[in-house]
Each structure stands twice: as structure tokens, then as C-alpha cells.
Design a protein around this ligand. Structure first.
Ligand code: GAP
Length: 490
């Protein structure tokens, strides 16, 4: 079996080499846990975002979207609990001066026990940690580090400081002069922008419960343990949907969204064996059920999306802190045939990280493929088996030669397709080299324009995954690509 850590390194190198992801501020030696998207990355990421938006907003008539500002009134974060509770327990190693999230290094240790076949110790360690985290028993957590001989990977020592809480929100100042400026936060989740606009949207959109509000946007967290490339970033993008329901019906909707979201991931060609649910055993104070959808990354199963039944916690908190009524008048009948009247709706949330989904998509699509040749030798290629709907370019139009009128004929075909699909046009290098470059950025189709095109208007179309070619009329290309990028009905 392929070494998974090697595979991850290959994926990282590939994203850099082919212009998908660059380290932020690389020219100045980089900024930790912040990344930029290059020319192909930006297209793939936009296609993922569009796929999510279409399946949430376009395909559901009871879900609408908003785009709220990143800066929000600071009291919002007091009400949501982020000022007081959005903390991670951290510990510093006195020798290396490195800071770690306590739960992460304990979980790593448990994984080591499990890998060595000692599942009982691993489970016991996690159970103790969970209890201590719930009870904010920081002395106990530190003792676990000592008892289990958990050492700093850099210094190799267990010379730990006390465990302390560390707030993950970034803050800045708003106001012209420092004396009258207010501390405001860069939002750590997009969800609160939806909650505080609940009434605006419900009233102006005449929305009837159950209904959802979706939003895609940047979020910021001062993550301490920033590892694994774009898996955990300090600036990232979330795609969240808050679904407002009648109190008492939340578990039904929670189960509905749990299944819907899993089906959505599978619709992108992810094998069922690579995905799993992980129910939260330790629930946040506002939740009465929560589950993660995990993907089997090269570094193990990790969270990609969370589905949370958030009760009426957030709307209630905003009602209290804003001193404004946030209620919904339900004039439908309940099971006893009575109008529900006024209530604060309950909320089921789906929350997926766009960048993490991007990483999942790349890990899933990447293959370093060996291709046997007829003479017994072999060739190889790096290929991204991206679903056509996500691919940065849907088709490459390639004249076989840079002469004989082939570039002109190819450009004409490309220009006719351009209004409908993203097209890559290239004349340089041998056709074989151009195919390989397209494989590496995941272009599902390569069209070769040759001398026959000039006489009968046909072209060859090459399938990226099967590497087979078929001769078709150039006039049928639009329909072939239309079919390949059609949005599925989930
Ligand atoms: N509104 C709920 C919420 O924010 P979360 O589990 O903290 O819940 C939801 O985050 C999703 O956002 C995660 O499943 C993950 O995909 C993504 N995410 C969270 N922190 C991230 C980070 N530091 N870098 C990249 N993605 C992150």
C-alpha cells in the first residue's frame, strides 16, 4: 500500500507546482497557516462553492442566501458566547517555547497507542481527557501529559507550563482615533451573520418555517496548531446554512440534513468507504445533537463538515442582548389542530469549510499513475480525477500542429464554446505533453483539431480518465460537455 504521508506530500507539491495553492506572502518567507489560491485553485474553489450554493439555494425553494459583513457589532460575539467560551486549552513547552492545543497532543498520543494495538489505553486516555475538558480541569489535563509521557515533538521533553485558555478570535479597532475606537472581532464563523438577519430575511422574504438561510464567506481563527497544509488555517472560508424549524421538530430535521449532507459529499464521487459520521459525545452547551462528517485524509479520518442541532440558543441570546423580540408567528396548525402562535425557532445548522473541502477534493482526485506500454516498459502521469463539474477547465482545445490552418480552426471552435464553458487553448509543445499538462490540472476533455477537421468538421475528444479518444463532430462538443457538468438532483 502506498505510504499515505508520501501521498500527502505529493498532493502538496502538486498544488504548488500546478498553480493551485501558494503559501501566503511566500516572497517574505510566508505567513503561517495562511494560503493563497493560484490560477487553477481559484477556479476549483469557485466551482466547489457554486456546487454547494446551487444544491442549497437553487435546488431548495425554502432556502435563501445572504452575504453579511465580516465586521459585526462586538456585542454579537458576547451574545454568541465566543468572547467568553471560544477558547482552546493550550500548553507551552518550556524548552522549545512552542505552544500546543492540549486536546490535539493528547489525541495524537491516543492514536499512537491505538496504532501499537493498545486500544484500551487509547480509549481510557480519550475518556479522561473528555471529562477534564468538560470540567475545565486544567491541572488534570497537565497531569495526563506527564503520566502518559507526552513530549514536545521539537524538544523531546515534557517540560510543560500550566494549561491555560486562549481565545481564538482576532480583534482589531474600529474608529478614527484610538481613544474612541471600539474593539471589534473578525468573525470566527459566518453563522452569527445569519442569526442576526433572521427577522430581516423572514419578513422581507415572507419565509415560512421550516426555511433556511445560507451564507458563504471568510472566517478567521487564531489557530495555534496550524498543521496539515490548508486543513487548519487562520483565514478560511465557511459555507453554512441555518435551517429554522418548529421547536420539537429539530431532531427530524437534524436527521434529514445529516443524510442530505452525506449524500452531497458522495455526489462528488467520494467513495462511501472514505466517509463516515462521527457523533459528538461531548455536546456544546447550545446543542442537543451534533455530528461530524469525516473524510479519510492521508493523515486519517478528520472532520470536513459539522451538522448541529443548535436549539433556540443563538436567537434567544440575541433577543436578550439586543433587547429586541426575535420571534416567529406561526399561523399553521400543530398536531392538536391549534395555531402555534409566537415562538423562537429552533435551528439545525450545516457547516462545511470550503478550504477543507478543497483539500478533500484534491486528495481524492490525485493519482500518480503508472501506464503500462505495449513494449513492456511503462510511462507515468500525475492526474487529477476531478468530477467535470469541479474541474478548473472543462475542455482543452489543442491544434495538432502549429501550422496548416489548424490553429485558426481550433481557435474558432474554442471561441464558439467559450460563452458556455471554461476553455483552455494551447498550441505549444507536442500533443502528448499538452495532454499530460491537462491531466495534471484535471481537465476532463482534450479536443484535438487535426487535418481531418478541416475537411469534415470532426475532432477527436480524449477522456482524461480512460485516456481513450473518439472522433465526433465539433458541433457536438457543447452538448457533450453540457451533459458532463450537469448538476445532479440529490
Ligand atoms: N458554525 C459552526 C462552526 O463554525 P466548526 O466545527 O467550528 O463549526 C465548521 O466549523 C467547519 O469549518 C469545519 O467542519 C471545518 O470544515 C471548517 N473549519 C473550522 N475551522 C477551520 C480552520 N481553522 N481552517 C479550515 N477550516 C476550518
Amino acid at each position: 500500500m502506498e505510504n499515505q504521508s508520501d501521498k500527502f506530500q505529493q498532493v502538496i507539491s502538486h498544488t504548488k507546482e500546478y498553480g493551485f495553492v501558494f503559501q501566503s506572502s511566500e516572497l517574505y518567507d510566508g505567513l503561517a497557516a495562511v494560503y493563497d489560491y493560484g490560477q487553477y485553485g481559484v477556479e476549483l474553489r469557485r466551482n466547489l462553492r457554486d456546487y454547494w450554493w446551487k444544491s442549497m439555494v437553487q435546488m431548495n425553494d425554502n432556502i435563501v442566501g445572504i452575504d453579511s459583513a465580516i465586521f459585526m457589532h462586538p456585542t454579537i460575539w458576547k451574545a454568541s458566547g465566543h468572547v467568553d467560551n471560544f477558547n482552546d486549552p493550550m500548553v507551552d513547552n518550556k524548552d522549545s517555547k512552542k505552544r500546543y492545543r492540549v486536546d490535539v497532543i493528547i489525541e495524537d498520543k491516543a492514536a499512537q497507542y491505538e496504532a501499537a494495538g493498545d486500544k484500551a489505553t487509547a480509549d481510557a486516555l480519550i475518556a479522561s481527557m473528555d471529562t477534564m475538558l468538560t470540567n475545565a480541569d486544567f491541572a488534570g489535563l497537565r497531569q495526563l501529559l506527564i503520566d502518559h509521557k507526552i513530549v514536545c515533538p521539537l524538544s523531546g521533553t515534557s517540560n510543560w507550563t500550566d494549561v491555560r485558555q486562549f481565545n481564538l478570535m482576532f480583534s482589531t479597532q474600529m474608529g478614527s482615533v484610538s481613544e474612541d475606537s471600539d474593539t471589534i472581532y473578525l468573525r470566527p464563523e459566518t453563522a452569527q451573520g445569519i442569526f442576526v438577519n433572521f427577522l430581516n430575511v423572514q419578513k422581507t422574504g415572507r419565509m415560512k418555517i421550516p426555511f433556511g438561510i445560507a451564507q458563504v464567506g471568510k472566517a478567521f481563527r487564531n489557530e495555534i496548531v496550524a498543521r496539515q497544509f490548508i486543513f487548519r488555517m487562520r483565514e478560511f472560508e465557511q459555507m453554512e446554512m441555518q435551517f429554522f424549524v418548529r421547536p420539537g421538530s429539530e431532531m427530524e430535521w437534524y436527521n434529514h440534513w445529516r443524510e442530505k449532507r452525506m449524500a452531497w459529499h458522495k455526489s462528488l464521487g467520494i467513495d462511501a468507504s472514505m466517509l463516515r459520521f462521527k457523533d459528538h459525545t461531548k455536546l456544546a452547551h447550545y446543542a442537543n445533537a451534533a455530528v461530524d462528517i469525516e473524510y479519510n485524509f492521508p493523515f486519517g479520518f478528520k472532520e470536513v463538515e459539522g451538522i448541529h442541532s443548535r436549539t433556540d440558543f443563538d436567537l434567544k441570546q440575541h433577543q436578550t442582548f439586543s433587547k429586541k423580540k426575535i420571534q416567529y408567528f406561526d399561523n399553521d396548525l400543530n398536531e392538536e389542530g391549534k395555531p402555534y402562535g409566537n415562538y423562537i425557532p429552533f435551528v439545525v445548522e450545516t457547516s462545511v469549510g470550503l478550504d477543507r473541502l478543497f483539500l478533500l477534493t484534491l486528495c481524492n482526485a490525485f493519482e500518480e499513475q503508472v501506464i503500462p506500454k505495449e513494449d513492456g516498459t511503462s510511462d507515468s502521469r500525475s492526474v487529477l480525477h476531478l468530477p467535470a463539474i469541479l474541474a478548473p477547465y472543462k475542455v482543452a482545445i489543442l491544434p495538432l500542429l502549429k501550422k496548416d490552418g489548424l490553429p485558426e480552426a481550433a481557435r474558432k471552435i474554442a471561441d464558439e464554446l467559450r460563452p458556455f464553458h471554461s476553455i483552455f487553448y494551447e498550441e505549444k509543445d507536442t500533443i502528448g505533453k499538452r495532454y499530460r499538462r491537462m491531466d495534471a490540472i484535471g481537465t476532463p476533455f482534450c479536443v484535438c483539431v487535426d487535418h481531418q477537421t478541416l475537411t469534415d468538421g470532426t475532432v477527436t475528444i480524449r477522456d482524461r480518465d480512460k485516456m481513450t479518444q473518439e472522433r465526433v463532430p465539433a458541433s457536438s462538443l457543447k452538448e457533450i460537455i453540457d451533459q458532463a457538468v450537469r448538476m445532479p438532483i440529490l
